[in-house]
Ligand binder design. Structure first.
Ligand SMILES: *Cc1c(COP(=O)(O)O)cnc(C)c1O
Length: 304
């Protein structure tokens, strides 16, 4: 097992704000800095057991960092193809794990196409959110919450491509938590899940305009829609500013620094979301993220 069992803590300040117990699942404490390590480690280990001699990712964000981390742990070479838009800081984090970074194309779409076309016969491509083994791995965080003796009244998480959502819902279904709704948070300009729910099928957003880059999948995976057909999922879209405020709250109240992608989930408990009015307790998935610094958070809060 390459991911760790993370703490589930009762947030006193957030519970006070919301007037009901608010639990935090601290995925930000995973060695790679985000929940991505759960599913990605399961998928990578599967591919290596099946004979892969190299792993390839096209994510300059937390997925790429998780693949690089797993490759180092398994002594398997990793190539990460990132677009020009990937910040230097993220490239450095991938290089620091010993992975090779190739810069290709203007956006993730071109980098991803190149990564898949350049795949050698003994290399495995590791998708950031669309694979059953990813969902299986992500679902283990719900097992840990249940083992801690907690069954919340609602689960709050953020949605990018829908891998986290699909995994958490699968884990909840497996435990028989069919009566526990999921509040799916997105930022405006990255609302691919809200668009899919409204349309009844996956929609390709014309562009990503939110600062929450880890939510910036232009289209959710099909499994996100399948999950919404079998479980009560409420979609909520908030501003970048509200997500940044969520980051600020977590930093001030718990000394934990996360990306806006994760701040979007925290924001649900700080803005008294109407969707949480009738539930008796809340579990927030603190999904993490490594590309944020305190300085950058301050700058973003000033600029938005
Ligand atoms: C990847 C990621 C998300 C979104 O997860 P999806 O599986 O793409 O929906 C949210 N927050 C952080 C920090 C992430 O790294």
């Amino acid at each position: 097992m390459l991911y760790i069992e993370t703490p589930t803590i009762l947030s006193e300040p957030l519970s006070e704000r919301l007037g009901k117990p608010v639990w935090l699942k601290l995925e930000s404490m995973q060695p790679s800095g985000s929940f991505k390590l759960r599913g990605i480690s399961v998928l990578c280990q599967h591919e290596v057991t099946a004979g892969a001699r190299g792993l390839v990712s096209s994510s300059g964000g937390n997925a790429g960092i998780a693949v690089a981390y797993v490759g180092r742990k398994l002594s398997i070479p990793v190539r990460v193809v990132v677009p020009q838009s990937t910040p230097l800081e993220a490239r450095k984090l991938i290089l620091a794990q010993g992975a090779q970074v190739t810069v290709y194309g203007a956006s993730w779409y071109e980098a991803n196409t190149h990564a898949q076309e350049s795949l050698a016969s003994d290399e495995a491509f590791i998708h950031p959110f669309d694979h059953p083994l990813l969902w299986q791995g992500h679902g283990t965080m719900i097992d840990e919450v249940a083992r801690a003796g907690i069954k919340p009244g609602a689960v709050v998480l953020s949605v990018g491509g829908g891998g986290l959502l699909s995994g958490v819902v699968a884990g909840m279904q497996r435990l028989g938590w069919s009566d526990v709704p999921v509040l799916a948070m997105e930022t405006r300009g990255a609302e691919s899940f809200a668009a899919a729910i409204a349309a009844g099928s996956a929609v390709l957003l014309p562009a990503i305009t939110s600062v929450a880059s880890s939510l910036g999948a232009r289209q959710v995976c099909e499994q996100a829609l399948v999950s919404a057909r079998g479980h009560l999922i409420i979609s909520e879209v908030i501003s970048d500013r509200a997500a940044l405020r969520g980051c600020e709250t977590l930093l001030h109240e718990h000394r934990i620094l996360v990306e806006p992608a994760c701040g979007a989930a925290i924001a649900a408990a700080t803005r008294s979301s109407v969707h949480l009015a009738d539930v008796d307790s809340v579990l927030i998935i603190v999904c993490g993220g490594v590309t944020m610094t305190a300085d950058r958070l301050g700058e973003l809060l000033q600029s938005i």
